[in-house]
Design a protein around this ligand. Structure first.
Ligand SMILES: *Cc1c(COP(=O)(O)O)cnc(C)c1O
Length: 475
């Protein structure tokens, strides 16, 4: 093919945008994606080339031929037009992985969210009276039925639930908290900062390892608004420790005429020990022990969409709901629909290990995980060739998202080690990155100089294996 006509006039031999848009193959792209989008991609490609010329790295002439230009534009459009949130294989061993989107919705929840997204719904509309309704009322009764609370309100996430609770109940006054519970959850969520944001004065009591009832009693003054207990979800203090239990704290608060709130973090609605998992505190127990307000996440152990649930005494929930921040932190109809379908599963706890994906993965039978490993290991060995050693063996999964930080659940995984004599770390990192570049990125974890793929969460073995021939092995 001869160079583009404008090659003669343009010193850096680039076609014009107009000429590229007239290439026959481009017309099909314009038909599908619209003129504006395709034209902007063409402009971008030409600008990239111009920059390359300036940096004395011009693309070879063959890349500047019409067919190559169409291929290049089509591929960049395909990348940009596809959704940026895309599925990955979570083989990290962390079931509730915050960076990978935490809980997986059950089908009913996902479908309900999709359905109400497409239709007008009675989100804040009472169809009986024809008057304005309240979005919380849609699932409040169900939340109360499951937790034993008098009232409930739902916000964007548990961080929002804590911020809103402290803002509504503790602003311009004092909130008492143990020094052993000044948690940082990750990101910028640190208890002292949240208190400041909410406009409350934090009053720390006790020490890092030990806090006693007298510490709380001695800190209560006329300015105290609230006693707050925060579940230390992502760490444990071991050894010479003491903390004041929920029931006793409730008594201390109530004796002083104060409300008592607990940030439970993950919080669970079923006793996980019935599924032979380590026990996490139950929302019901926290309320039964006398807490007036309990907050917890929708997308941790609950297994639903991202949300923060605030449950407790009617009068306090009403105050929380009336706070102006509530409007800023409210959830959408998609969240409410998915949350309701998730919560409904808890009416039949016997079947929860099948119906709730989070619990299904946490309780996945060892034989099932091993079977997935056996079906995966040979294709993987073949794809990785001689430069890596691939072995199946026991690994440890975690619940994740701060639930039970020191407990692990036995699982089966594939350990991949570099056979190189040196720079094995770099070799392994390059493999990890190649696995992430597959059409469905594979995310494992590096541990003890090995790349570990925990197969607990690998459901679709066929899809995993099918893409291995596209693996671009590190050189
Ligand atoms: C996870 C957690 C939070 C934050 O919850 P999100 O739903 O992630 O906003 C707050 N407090 C505790 C104790 C937690 O474990």
């Amino acid at each position: 093919m001869s160079p583009p006509e404008d090659a003669r006039s343009d010193p850096i031999a680039l076609p014009s945008v107009d000429r590229v848009l007239r290439i026959p193959g481009i017309a099909a792209l314009i038909d599908r994606h619209g003129h504006a989008f395709v034209a902007s991609e063409v402009r971008r490609l030409l600008a990239d080339w111009r920059r390359a010329f300036v940096e004395h790295k011009p693309p070879p002439m063959s890349e500047r031929e019409d067919a190559a230009i169409v291929r290049c534009i089509a591929s960049s459009i395909a990348t940009r037009a596809s959704p940026s949130l895309r599925p990955v294989f979570n083989l990290t061993g962390t079931v509730l992985h915050t960076n990978l989107g935490r809980a997986l919705l059950c089908d009913a929840a996902a479908e309900e969210a999709a359905k109400v997204g497409r239709l007008p719904v009675n989100l804040e509309f009472d169809v009986v009276s024809g008057e304005r309704g309240d979005r919380d009322s849609l699932i409040e009764a169900l939340v109360c039925e499951l937790t034993g609370a008098e009232a409930a309100t739902i916000v964007n996430n548990n961080a929002a639930a804590v911020l809103l609770t402290i803002s509504a109940l503790g602003a311009r006054r004092e909130v008492v908290i143990s020094r052993g519970e000044l948690v940082e959850i990750g990101g910028a969520f640190r208890m002292p900062d949240v208190m400041r944001c909410a406009g409350a004065k934090m009053v720390e009591v006790g020490t890092t390892n030990r806090t006693h009832p007298a510490d709380y009693r001695g800190a209560i003054t006329r300015r105290t608004a609230l006693i707050l207990k925060v579940h230390t979800s992502n760490y444990v203090v071991q050894g010479f420790t003491a903390a004041v239990g929920e029931a006793e704290l409730a008594t201390i608060a109530h004796d002083a005429g104060l409300p008592f709130a607990i940030d439970l973090g993950s919080g669970s609605l079923v006793d996980l020990s019935r599924f032979r998992l380590p026990r996490e505190p139950l929302v019901q127990d926290a309320l039964a022990s006398g807490a007036d307000i309990v907050t917890f996440s929708g997308d941790k152990l609950l297994g639903g969409p991202q949300a923060g649930l605030i449950v407790g005494k009617r009068e306090l929930v009403a105050r929380i709901r009336k706070h102006p921040l509530k409007r800023a932190l409210r959830v959408s109809k998609l969240t409410l629909a998915a949350l309701e379908r998730t919560l409904a599963l808890y009416r039949d706890p016997e079947r929860l290990a099948h119906t709730l994906p989070t619990l299904r993965f946490l309780t996945r039978p060892a034989a099932d995980i091993s079977a997935a490993a056996e079906r995966t290991v040979d294709p993987l060995r073949k794809a990785l060739g001689d430069s890596f050693e691939v072995a199946v063996g026991p690994v440890a999964s975690q619940i994740g998202s701060g639930a039970l930080p020191v407990e692990s659940i036995p699982s089966t995984g594939i350990r991949i080690r570099s056979r190189r004599a040196k720079a094995t770390g770099r070799h392994l990192n390059a493999l990890a990155s190649a696995l992430r570049e597959l059409p469905i990125p594979v995310v494992g974890r590096i541990e003890d100089s090995a790349l570990v793929l925990d197969l607990r969460m690998l459901d679709d073995v066929a899809a995993f294996v099918a893409q291995l021939d596209r693996l671009d092995l590190p050189q």
